[in-house]
Ligand binder design. Structure first.
Ligand code: ATP
Ligand code: MG
Length: 233
């Protein structure tokens, strides 16, 4: 019988830990919006990023991936934040191997994928941190790996570092179908958020929409507002 490791899961993964909460409902709404956007063209590989650190990218990526898996999508969550990887912390799993190891043996990438806490959710944690994350993000091997992941899964959700601090996410956007930008209410200046968006549009990344994180609504501890389309943050 498999070990029950559910106590290691961070309670902030509310889609799993508090499915009836307002925040969990907002993540499911985000999932629904994403599904509708897929009508306009292939939308399998989706990156979550932000202008500045601490916006809520990792929480958004993990909760969205859980919501997608719960809706029956065969989903893989990839931690491409090689600066401050969080996926293994949030799910309480190991990180001895992962994305960076898969890149050294791309033909065996599936060996580094682990099962998430629910059926239909796979995890590719960051793996050991390399000295050259930016170069890795723009390497042809990375593009090839994501291409294979895109063929193997219904949805590939990718957590990344912030755009304004590092070039990683901008480079990675070229291998993916679309980008969700997370903006944390009252946390960053509008100017910095716009700068992040600009860097992505300069390389023709498809910006799918903005998630406005950490807005208090109805006295709930976590509340999220989401927007899609051509809205400006
Ligand atoms: N809506 C929220 N309410 C309360 N705490 C939040 C909320 N969103 C994020 N946090 C907390 O803020 C911190 C940063 O969140 P998270 O790690 O998801 O951000 P990030 O954008 O991935 O950060 P980084 O740039 O370091 O990768 C975490 O401690 C997280 O639990
Ligand atoms: Mg993060």
């Amino acid at each position: 019988m498999p070990l029950d490791l559910s106590h290691l899961i961070d309670p902030k993964l509310v889609v799993l830990t508090a499915p009836r909460s307002a925040a969990a409902e907002q993540y499911r709404a985000l999932r629904t919006n994403l599904e509708f956007l897929g009508v306009d063209g292939p939308l399998v590989k989706v990156m979550i990023t932000s202008g500045t650190p601490g916006a809520g990218k990792s929480l958004t990526s993990c909760n969205l991936a859980i919501a997608l898996a719960q809706a029956g999508k065969n989903t893989i969550l990839v931690d491409a934040d090689l600066r401050r990887p969080m996926v293994h912390h949030l799910f309480g799993t190991g990180n001895l191997s992962g994305l960076t190891t898969a890149l050294t043996r791309p033909e065996e990438w599936h060996k580094y994928v682990t099962h998430g806490p629910i059926g239909g959710l796979s995890l590719l944690t960051s793996g050991p941190i390399p000295p050259n994350p930016s170069e890795m993000m723009s390497s042809p091997i990375m593009t090839e790996l994501f291409s294979q992941l895109g063929q193997a899964y219904d949805m590939v959700i990718v957590d990344t570092p912030p755009v304004v601090s590092f070039t990683d996410a901008v480079a990675l956007s070229q291998s993916l179908d679309g980008v969700i930008l997370v903006v944390r209410a009252g946390h960053t200046s509008r100017k910095v958020d716009l700068k992040g968006k600009e860097r992505l549009t300069q390389v023709n990344a498809r910006i799918l929409g903005i998630v406005l994180n950490d807005i208090e609504m109805n006295d709930e501890a976590y509340s999220y507002y989401y927007g899609y389309g051509d809205r400006k943050p």
